[in-house]
Design a binder for this molecule. Sequence first.
Ligand code: NAD
Length: 290
Amino acid sequence: MKIGFIGLGNMGAPMAANLVKAGHDVTGFDVAGATAEGATVAKNAAEAATGADVVITMLPNGAILREIADQIIPTMTEGAVFLDCSTVDVDSARAVAEQAQAAGLSALDAPVSGGVGGAAGGTLTFMVGGDDAGFAKAAPLFEVMGQKAVHCGPSGNGQAAKICNNMILGVTMIATCEAFALADKLGLAREAMFDVVSTSSGYSWSMNAYCPAPGVGPQSPADNGYLPGFAAELMLKDLGLSQQAADAADADTPMGAAALELYKRFVEDEDGRGKDFSAMLPRFEKRTQS
Ligand code: NAD
């Protein structure tokens, strides 16, 4: 396929390179001059999108996605697919999809989980919102860039699935870290804590697959000085999106709100920026109730 790829950052560059390796004809653009291995470089976003069967965007936020949509939708060929893989707010995803459909395009919001490692290894999971025809057209690309694509319903539902998942992740990571810090103060060895919780009703992905305690459980960023992994500021971004969506939908999400507040303090005031989101454990270790 002829593919335009806009946003060649930490995630976009390896995703685009995998598409090239699979034999697709990829033209890329990034405002910062970043490139992807094997992809042709375009002068601007519109040039990357012109004549493409599918245009993929991998951008920082919804405002930039809307800007790019304004630039590329008029140049895209009728019937082509606008495939946004960024994590953005549900409203922006739905607005851009509407704009694309009005121009005769298929629109998919397909945020990913799996991080930079998943992008490089072609093992991402895609959570996809949009129409069946677009999903069918993009399916071979999901297969190259990922290991799984779940069609979650109409436009915006991919973003909805992503932010609900990450709200659970943020909340359970905090709960796991504060429980480890409490167990320390109660004199319970971390290995014993892991052995019990990972096989009891307190288990979760945060405990079992990504244990925040160094030297305990499987290898995780805790064993690497809390280098990300999944950076605390990216978790903060996703929790901001879930609270924004909760406000718009009038949903009561007190645990999500508390997690947002804690990650905000951690990133902005407590030196958490640039650390993995599981570095909440050393944060709690240092604290008392006062
Ligand atoms: P990044 O900042 O490394 O990459 C974004 C790229 O977009 C940058 O290279 C930037 O120059 C480019 N860009 C910004 N404005 C542009 C414009 N107007 N035109 C063209 N290019 C422009 O970020 P990333 O880590 O690659 O993340 C991309 C998206 O994926 C984000 O929405 C993020 O939330 C999501 N995501 C990231 C991860 C992760 O682990 N990094 C995991 C899942 C989802």
